[in-house]
Write a protein that binds this ligand. Structure first.
Ligand code: BGC
Length: 390
């Protein structure tokens, strides 16, 4: 049996907007009303009201950590006016985790902003730095005592690229200048919040989660393929991190993608793929862990890794294979501190709506009934053994 280090964090992740339901002060809610998403989120999983029974599943699964996020639009529904009620509710949610001995990994911002912020400002405006930092500081003051690991921003490149270059996420811009402004403002506010946490609650490790892909040329001798690899890495893996790399206590990794770069970008034809069409390639998590270790020399938390698999045919094996590669990376010297499967339960998958099913728990969206899948028990076994049987 290949066991993991003693204090290794085994967890699962969710985000507020994708699970809570009825976040009608959020820019994504407005985005949905404009018909930009396949479905409307509406009640989502109703985690906001059902968190206790959902946490019962965590206890059954045996995780020692849980990653969740806070909805800025609930906490600051009007500019500069914070909702005590929302903060109190988040305290209850997080305290419930604490009472179960589950470490809390709290994301401050997982793609969604209040409507007022998006209408009046947006991250491309200079004012965003002060406004977003004020929100981050408020969370540190009011919830910091309950946070074990802080993730200030989830996958910054996603809302930057999709929101400012591709026009697919709010605010729907296709404008490289706004992209660069938003990216530098987001980084600046991150650093300000980082410093504040270090001053007020120095024991909390602080970082972001990064979508970090494994890029390879389809043909190692083709210079165009190699150029695409270079460009892909520069934009997706390095663009944002390069701005904050001196202000991270750990490296947060979200691993989903293996990009084999051909002459016209990613070309993964004829490969084993998920229901999202993403190639299943566990070896890639080993490769990126090694790369990250060499480059950043920081402890790593794998904050997301998951598969859309409605019939639960591939998920158990997917998790086992990725965990095996993580184990190998640890043996080869990478300081990996935790692995979080995305996601505890099926939830609202942004532009794609409710069709993709990432959950260890199946949700019937008509009744909101929850049903653990077979893979729930496969992951439970890994956690119980603190590793894989071999
Ligand atoms: C995001 C999640 C999303 C998941 C699956 C990650 O990039 O953080 O919000 O649901 O990928 O697409």
């Amino acid at each position: 049996m290949k066991q993991f280090p003693k204090d290794f964090l085994w967890g699962v992740s969710i985000s507020s907007y994708q699970t809570e339901g009825n976040n009608f002060n959020s820019d994504w809610y407005a985005w949905e009303q404009k018909g930009k998403t396949k479905d409307k989120s509406e009640n989502a999983c109703d985690y906001w009201n059902r968190f206790r029974s959902d946490h019962d599943f965590l206890s059954e699964l045996g995780v020692n950590a849980f990653r969740l996020s806070l909805e800025w639009s609930r906490i600051e529904p009007e500019e500069g006016k914070f909702s005590d009620e929302a903060i109190r509710h988040y305290r209850e949610i997080i305290q419930d985790l604490k009472s179960r001995n589950i470490k809390t990994v709290v994301t401050f911002w997982h793609y969604t902003s209040p409507i007022w912020f998006q209408e009046k400002y947006g991250f491309h405006k200079k004012e965003a730095i002060e406004i977003f930092s004020r929100y981050g500081k408020k969370i540190t003051d009011d919830l910091g005592d309950l946070i074990d690991v802080a993730v200030i921003i989830n996958e910054p490149v996603m809302p930057l690229i999709f929101g400012f270059l591709l026009g697919k996420f709010p605010p729907g811009k296709i404008n490289p200048v706004s992209f660069l402004q938003a990216s530098s403002n987001l980084a600046e506010s991150y650093i300000e919040i980082f410093k504040y946490i270090k001053e007020k609650r120095k024991n909390i490790p602080v970082g972001v989660s990064n979508l970090y892909n494994f890029f390879e040329p389809k043909n190692k001798r083709n210079p165009i393929h190699k150029l695409w690899v270079w460009a892909g890495k520069k934009i997706w893996n390095e663009h944002f991190i390069s701005k904050i790399k001196n202000h991270m206590d750990y490296f947060g990794l979200d691993y989903y993608f293996h990009n084999r770069m051909g002459c016209f970008g990613t070309n993964n034809e004829n490969k084993r793929v998920t229901e999202m069409g993403w190639e299943i390639y566990p070896e890639g998590i080993y490769a990126v862990l090694k790369e990250i270790n060499q480059k950043y020399k920081l402890p790593v938390y794998i904050l997301e890794n998951g598969i859309a698999d409605s019939q639960d045919k591939q998920r158990s094996e997917f998790i086992e294979d990725h965990v095996a590669c993580v184990r190998k990376a640890i043996e080869d010297g990478v300081d990996v501190r935790g692995y979080f499967y995305w996601s505890l339960m099926d939830n609202f998958e942004w532009l794609h709506g409710y069709r993709p099913r990432f959950g260890l728990i199946e949700i019937d969206y008509k009744t909101l009934e929850r049903k653990p899948r077979r893979s729930f028990y496969a992951y439970k076994k890994i956690i119980e053994n603190n590793g894989l049987d071999e």
